[in-house]
Design a protein around this ligand. Structure first.
Ligand SMILES: [Cu+2]
Length: 130
């Protein structure tokens, strides 16, 4: 699998991040999660719902240059309000900030329905999921 997912659970705080396996333990030029402290990225994807009582959101996201391939994953949210106005299936742009410990998503903006997203091969359209 190209997806590398790590999940830290501590004191009820949910953290999730992922990076390309090729970037860990190799000399690949991609930034790894470990050396990306202070970095931020912008990304686009499809909002698939919030999880963990609003602490995280599931997003089918496009590739994020120097960070991640396109995939479906959960992102820690700055606050539950970050996705309050979103409907499942909305196309969104958002911001990711890495503080050296956690990757946090914020700044969600709805994109026009006509927006073409480049999602992972085999990504399930949001309207065909439960
Ligand atoms: Cu990802």
């Amino acid at each position: 699998m190209r997806l590398h997912l790590f999940l830290l659970l501590a004191s009820g705080v949910f953290v999730a991040a992922c990076a390309d396996d090729a970037a860990s333990g190799s000399t690949a030029p991609e930034a790894t999660v470990a050396d990306a402290s202070g970095e931020s990225w912008t990304a686009r994807g499809v909002f698939l719902g919030s999880r963990f009582e609003g602490q995280a959101a599931t997003i089918e996201h496009e590739a994020i240059p120097d960070f991640m391939d396109a995939m479906r994953m959960d992102f820690l949210l700055a606050s539950p309000e970050a996705v309050e106005a979103l409907e499942v299936g909305d196309k969104v742009s958002f911001r990711l900030d890495y503080d050296g410990n956690r990757v946090i998503a914020s700044g969600f903006e709805t994109l026009p329905d006509s927006t073409t997203l480049v999602l992972a091969a085999g990504a399930t359209p949001p309207d065909s999921t439960d």
